[in-house]
Structure formats: C-alpha cells, structure tokens
Design a protein around this ligand. Structure first.
Ligand code: GDD
Ligand code: MG
Length: 193
C-alpha cells in the first residue's frame, strides 16, 4: 500500500463470521490538494486459484457443477453453476493450491500446471486475487471420483465436455461464471485444444 493520496482513517469490522467484511473510511486526495472522505465496504475471503483442465487428444475439458447460493439469490433459477475447478488458497502458494484442489474436486492428480494470469474478479468490493491456470489431464491421472471434501459439503459434480460444446455454453448462457469464460476464451485464443 503506497499511495500518498490515500490515507485510511478507520477500519471497522462489520462481520467475521466466516470471512471478513470491513467498513473502511479513508481520505482521498484530489488533484487540487483538497481531500474527500470516502467509505467502502470490503469483503476479504482470501485469494483463490482456478484451472481449466483440458485434453488435447480427446479435445475435451473437465468442468464442475455445484450450487452457489449468491447466484441463487440473484437471478440464477436453480443456483447451479458450471465452473472450472477452483478453490481458495490455504497457506500454500497458488500452484500447490490448485493441484490439491484439482484432485479433491475432480479426482485428477496433476504434476504440472501452466500459469495464465492473475486477476481481481470484483475490485470494487472483494479483495480476492484469482490465479488462473491451465493443465492437461488424462485417465492415467485419475486417483478418485472427485466431488470435493465431504466435511465442506461441496457436493461437486464432475463434468466432461468437448471443448466446442463447452465454448457454445458461454453463448447459450449455460456457463455464467467469469473465470470459466475467461479460461475457455484463453484456450480458444491460444489454440490450446
Ligand atoms: N459453513 C460455511 N462454509 C462456507 C462458507 N463459505 C464458504 N464455505 C465453504 O468453503 C468451501 C470453499 O471451497 P473452495 O473450493 O476452497 O472455494 P470455492 O468456493 O470453490 O472458491 C472458488 O470459486 C469462487 C467463486 O467463483 C471464487 O470466488 C474463488 O476464488 C474460488 O475460485 C465451500 O465449498 C464451502 O464448503 C460459509 O459462509 N459458511
Ligand atoms: Mg471449489
């Protein structure tokens, strides 16, 4: 945090039930040296990582489907979301985290992944940086059925689509998740599959 024009004057914790929501008050210096006082609510749930699993030979991708309450509350009728495999970082780095998460959620144990980009997904309200990866999978890497950790009640379905099917699901509105759209478009632009 090195911006001389910004001075945080108060951070008030509004909620720390699961993740943390703070109300941050800060002085924002305008060009003419005047300052304005601003208030922003900031939700911190740590950083995350996501990965597009693809198979060049079969021309397929592995995606997941799970219930996402926030979408259910805002226009997504069933609340079900088709997404690339993703998870929040524990103490480990993003690469180790996504390799662990891939095995938990999809059952594939990857030994290598490619970093694509990092992105703030909702910079006006959420602190999270999302680290995006791609990784090649095949049946020899399968160690379990996936589905996520039972104690986290994730109930994740593992889906395999051809790349063309998945790509069409962006236009049809069956895929509504930004990180998934980004990674599928990345694969298209780079001709990965
Ligand atoms: N009890 C309880 N459990 C929670 C709560 N919030 C999250 N959890 C649990 O914490 C798990 C987190 O699962 P991860 O796989 O680590 O994270 P994710 O939810 O898949 O996160 C990914 O997708 C998000 C949505 O696109 C991304 O925001 C995030 O960066 C990441 O990519 C959830 O499945 C759920 O079991 C909560 O408020 N209460
Ligand atoms: Mg997840």
């Amino acid at each position: 945090m090195t911006n001389p024009k910004i001075k945080i004057t108060e951070t008030k914790l509004l909620s720390d039930n699961w993740y943390t929501l703070n109300k941050v008050t800060f002085d924002y210096q305008l060009g003419n040296k005047e300052t304005e006082s601003h208030i922003r609510e900031v939700y911190d749930r740590g950083n995350g990582a996501a990965i597009l699993l693809y198979n060049r030979t079969k021309k397929t991708v592995v995606l997941t489907r799970q219930f996402r309450m926030p979408t259910f509350l805002n226009g997504n009728k069933t609340g079900m979301m088709i997404e690339v495999c993703a998870g929040l970082l524990d103490q480990e780095n993003a690469e180790a985290a996504i390799i662990r998460e891939t095995e938990e959620e999809t059952g594939y144990r990857l030994s290598k992944v490619e970093k694509v980009i990092e992105t703030y997904m909702s910079p006006g309200s959420v602190t999270e940086i999302l680290y995006l990866f791609t990784g090649e999978y095949d049946e020899t890497m399968k160690t379990n059925e996936g589905g996520g950790l039972d104690h986290e009640q994730e109930n994740i379905e593992v889906l395999e689509y051809t790349f063309d099917e998945a790509y069409k699901m962006i236009e049809s509105g069956e895929i509504l998740d930004a990180k998934t759209i980004l990674l599928l478009q990345h694969a298209k632009i780079k001709g990965l599959i």
